[in-house]
Design a protein. Structure first.
Lengths: 81, 147, 147, 81
């Protein structure tokens, strides 16, 4: 399946180059949840406690099951307004 | 109901003037209360002088959340109209960052709705502030002040 | 801090624009929050269509109370600036009746102060509304809606 | 003593012509409080329960002692804003 992954703000700084990338994930990799996806993308970097996750622009938690063509975003607490 | 993401400097009072003057005739005489909040960039934050700011957002999700917030408030507080303008990109001290305005029949709903929208925006809408300090350092703002 | 009693029609957004543009340079970059309330005459009240209103006040005492209310709020909520404009005399539906605006460092104080000033104004400042109904009757408004 | 008395809004309608008047009150009339003053001015009209009173532009209650040259105002609940 193809998952589009985005990182914003300090989360992008943390990930370096991988700020916005489409991953072709082979089914046998056993990536089911957002948490699995982080581990797959983050090359050993721990997921910060306060990271927020959106799938297709809606907030979800790390146990959310991803599916083909999902857009998954990781970002720090929002600071608008 | 209108949500605008703005990368240019905007004058909140001019926006309000324009928005109100473009309201349909049916709005005339129907609202008794307008509550407005304007957030402005300060030149000082968390003990440091700030010279510049960059406001990042998540295009698409930001608009979606602001529209949702407005829609929810419209139902909950019987808003007759609402307007959100939010700045993104490079910002200087004294620039307006956010404008929230609501129009209702009575004042109580207006006050509560305007504050509620701002708190929801602050906690949900995907924006991130990066500050440039006078002493050169650049830092992400880690969290908003308590509402 | 400024209190204005106005017998002519006024545009709240223009007033805010002007008031803010006349602020001293020291205000620039110091305030992060502005909360505004505008009360507008409706064409409908207590089940009746209203065509006209006369707003009476107690010259001298009105100004005194509005200034007191502003002063108290300034101390209590650390206001950096505040503005009250209140209309008196003959008023038509859709005319602005009252404008309250406060400028603070952070949003919480701005929201609370603006609402507090309005509630104090509503309960203390000597103004009285007399309505002319579409069906011809003239009546004093007996009490304000709950805030 | 001379007391300046004002009536506003529906209170003025109630009092008819006496909307704003200076009363020269002879000491022997035994007028001490705002309440006494109302009885003196109102020609038998009862003071409405919700009437508000200001002396020299500050709110007071009906038991307030008036003095020479005071400005006393009677008015209904305020309805500004």
């Amino acid at each position: 399946m193809t998952i589009h992954v985005k990182f914003f703000a300090s989360m992008r700084d943390l990930m370096g180059d991988d700020q916005e990338i489409s991953h072709n994930i082979l089914e046998q990799k056993n990536i089911k949840t957002v948490d699995d996806l982080w581990i797959y993308c983050a090359e050993g970097k721990e997921r910060p406690n306060n990271v927020l996750i959106a799938v297709n622009m809606d907030y979800v938690d790390a146990q959310y099951f991803i599916k083909d063509r999902d857009e998954v975003a990781f970002f720090p607490p929002v600071t608008g307004g | 109901m209108k949500v605008i993401i703005n990368s240019d400097c905007f004058d909140p009072w001019q926006r309000l003037n324009q928005f109100q003057s473009e309201m349909p005739d049916t709005m005339q005489g129907s609202y008794g209360a307008t509550a407005v909040f304007v957030g402005t960039m300060r030149d000082f934050n968390e003990g440091d002088d700030v010279s510049d700011m960059f406001l990042e957002h998540y295009p698409g999700m930001t608009e979606r959340y602001l529209e949702n917030i407005c829609l929810q408030a419209t139902k909950k507080y019987d808003l007759l109209e609402s307007l959100i303008v939010h700045r993104v990109g490079h910002i200087k001290p004294n620039d307006s960052i956010v404008l929230v305005a609501v129009w209702t029949e009575h004042r109580k709903q207006a006050f509560i709705a305007c504050r509620d929208i701002m708190e929801n925006l602050k906690s949900k809408a995907p924006f991130w502030k990066k500050e440039q300090l006078n002493k050169g350092q650049i830092r992400w703002v880690e969290k908003n002040t308590q509402g």
